[in-house]
Design a protein around this ligand. Sequence first.
Ligand code: SAM
Length: 223
Amino acid sequence: MGDGVAETQQFYTRWAGLYDALASHTPGIGGLRERAITRLAPARGDTVVEMGCGTGANFPYLRERVGSEGTVVGVDLTGGMLAEARARIEREGWENVHVVAGDAARPPVADADAVFASFVSGMLADPAAAVDTWADLVDEGGRLGLLDLARSTRPVGRSLNVLFAGLVFAGLPSKRRADAAEAPRLLDNRVVAAQQALRERCTDVHYSTHALGFARLAAGTVE
Ligand SMILES: C[S@@+](CC[C@H](N)C(=O)[O-])C[C@H]1O[C@@H](n2cnc3c(N)ncnc32)[C@H](O)[C@@H]1O
């Protein structure tokens, strides 16, 4: 948390291959992605922009929803992650899935029918402002969806929060000692801020928690 762009790019480029394996094959992760994108509910033919798309682990689910007549655009600022995403697109032969290098806080796209972001809110210095920007890209009636991890508030999950905090620290681009204590709280605050911003810009908001309460999903229709 609080890391600079250069540190984020260096970290994720170094670990892009491993990240891709974990992002696609960790038990339960596919179901979580599918559930979040079902809640996002883009229509066939829509253009969906995924902010912080990483290696494109959501692309199969997004593409399935929008169909071959729709378009999926992934935005990320890390070259190594985008390289993995491009390799996936080429491997699958998808002609309607594209990636573009850029900052999700100032997205290099003009408009979209739906915007989705997973496991990204916690990396943004001002997630509420970013979500607001994303809502501006979406025409009235379009969709906005977020999937994030944060500490659990459920009784069973709470007992595992220390373990979760260790994983959060392991996943930080920079391992400053001060971040170890700070990171889980900062992650929680950023996820809450992002999801609160979604609530403020959307109607028909769905919110749910999964995976013992560690996964938080929010989706709604932009007003
Ligand atoms: C934890 S990964 C999540 C990747 C993907 N969304 C997924 O669900 O697997 C976070 C990604 O966000 C990207 N990222 C972080 N800050 C960003 C920003 N400001 N703009 C664009 N991408 C960003 C990183 O490069 C990384 O690929």
